[in-house]
Design a protein around this ligand. Structure first.
Ligand code: ADQ
Length: 493
């Protein structure tokens, strides 16, 4: 467990659980498993902090009531009392404009450097700003609550992700007016694009100023930090220090930090040790594994095309290698995602039709959520994991695979366009757009000698064990501790 002295107010688009009704109509919590919740919820519990976020219910359907945890609940959020949770309830239309209209239709593609997919609409941007204002008001309520019970504390407000880039200045202004001292940090879970991409956003100056409302800003990797600093300098004319990663804005100095997120490593190791065997056609069968949300940034089509090329170039793999792709349904009400699903269904159908034999099909495709136990078994028993997004903030699947390699060592194939690519040096890196080369890299992975696999996997595992999600959280807390220790927000440049 990581400790923080200041009470923490986590502000995220979602609460760490969803509220639904059981068969008797009672409100119950439904857990959202994920590394972020696993790591951060205990700190909120420990510091008697608060979590502000959307509960899964709209204003029309919500009384604002938060159910207590089930007494048998063993999850990381079980210790979070209902009074520590502040739900954001918005009218359905407003939420839709903010979430689908702006977050997912504008920022998601733009920040993944896919501007052709991004839509820029003034009314959706306005909805985004208004919703951020709502989050800001509730965050200040949370700060007031903490100050009432502990007047000497300086709460740490931690804003998460691209949904909340415009909340900081309102929170700061309201707290200043009320004489409430806080520290405020922001962490982005997706990439931060280069200036060339950012400048396409018509309100880029407002957005950058929004983020600069925080005292400390974190990104997964150094490249994203430098992109952000570059945008602040070029668009806003800020004075910057790239070496120290500082940006001066409105007489305040904002510190920027590379904070690579990770996974609860030991939890995945123990899951892998306990998980049942994955059913294979025969002992010598090699599994290639892909695990992703079904999203156009994850490069699923490119990966399957590379596998097809492998079967054509190296027919010796026919009947010996099977591609297991697990895809979690995501944003299923959005046309683009429905089209991607259809494209994949057709592609997989065509390849299976062309290469299948009476005893074997080249691609096993699971469209749905699988349990973490089952996922751990897939990771452990696969010869090769193919983690090849076209662009990805970090990518936790690469790290989960490595943690679960408790048996015969496998090989990780990784895209350099994932944040994970900048630290997992012993993976085989491949550009997912280069189909032919991609197929060759898969062949190399499938035929790699055991001593080389062992060496690479040992190094990968050592790094991930040392830099797990608690290391990330400790690094974050250290980066914000300097805010209270010195006068960083009053100018250091
Ligand atoms: P995501 O885009 O969701 O996260 P990722 O980091 O790969 O991407 O995390 C996906 C998670 O979902 C993994 O923990 C994985 O185990 C789980 N998962 C995937 N398929 C599953 C399935 N079929 N069933 C059950 N679970 C499944 C965003 C950013 C990333 C960044 C994270 C964390 O886009 O770049 O790494 O946030 O900051």
């Amino acid at each position: 467990m990581v400790s923080s002295t200041s009470p923490m107010v986590v502000v995220a688009n979602r609460l760490p659980f969803i509220i639904t009704k059981d068969k008797d109509g009672n409100l119950v919590r439904k857990q959202c498993a994920g590394g972020l919740v696993t790591a951060v919820a205990p700190v909120v519990v420990e510091t008697e902090g608060l979590w502000v976020g959307w509960s899964g219910l709209h204003k029309e359907d919500s009384t604002g009531e938060i159910p207590e945890a089930d007494p048998l609940d063993q999850s990381p959020t079980a210790g979070l009392k209902s009074k520590q949770v502040i739900p954001v309830c918005l009218p359905k239309q407003q939420f839709d404009d903010y979430y689908n209209g702006c977050c997912n239709a504008t920022f998601w593609p733009l920040f993944h450097s896919m501007p052709d997919r991004a839509i820029f609409q003034a009314d959706k941007w306005e909805a985004y700003r208004q919703v951020n204002e709502e989050f800001a008001v509730l965050t200040v309520e949370a700060v007031k609550k903490l100050k009432e019970s502990n007047p000497d504390s300086v709460p740490l407000v931690w804003l998460h992700d691209y949904h909340l880039m415009m909340a900081a200045n309102s929170i700061r202004d309201m707290c200043d007016n009320l004489g409430l001292q806080i520290n405020m940090a922001f962490f982005l879970h997706i990439p931060f694009p280069s200036w060339d991409i950012m400048r396409l956003f018509p309100w880029d100056d407002e957005l950058l100023q929004g983020i600069l409302g925080c005292d400390s800003v974190g990104f997964h990797v150094e490249d994203y930090c430098l992109n952000f600093i570059d945008c602040c300098q070029r668009r806003l004319g800020c004075r910057v220090d790239r070496e120290q990663m500082l940006v001066e804005h409105n007489s305040r100095t904002v510190s920027v930090h590379p904070l690579p997120i990770s996974i609860p490593y030991e939890r995945f190791v123990s899951l892998a040790m306990k998980a049942p065997q994955v059913v294979k056609n025969h002992d010598q069968e090699q599994l290639l594994l892909g695990v992703d949300r079904l999203d156009y940034t994850k490069g699923l089509v490119h990966r399957i095309l590379a596998f097809e090329t492998l079967l054509k170039k190296h027919p010796e793999h026919i009947e010996h290698v099977t591609f297991l792709q697990v895809a979690v349904p995501s944003r299923t009400d959005v046309k683009e995602y429905q089209e991607l699903k259809e494209e994949l269904d057709q592609l997989i159908g065509r390849i299976n039709g062309q290469f299948s034999t009476p005893n074997w099909s080249p691609i096993r495709y699971i469209y749905g959520c699988v349990s973490q136990e089952e996922l751990a078994a897939f990771y452990r028993d696969s010869s090769v994991a193919v983690v090849t997004p076209l662009r990805d903030g970090m990518n936790l699947v690469a790290k989960e695979f490595v943690a679960c390699q408790t048996g015969e060592p496998g090989v990780l194939i990784l895209s350099p366009f994932a944040g994970a690519g900048s630290s997992m040096h012993e993976a085989l890196l491949v550009n997912p757009y280069e189909t032919n080369e991609f197929a060759d890299v898969i062949h190399r992975a499938l035929t790699m000698p055991k001593d080389e696999r062992e060496l690479r996997m040992k190094q990968l595992r050592r790094r991930e064990r040392e830099r797990d999600v608690n290391f990330w959280l400790t690094s974050f807390l250290k980066s914000v501790k300097s805010l209270s220790d010195d006068s960083i927000s009053r100018g250091r440049l």
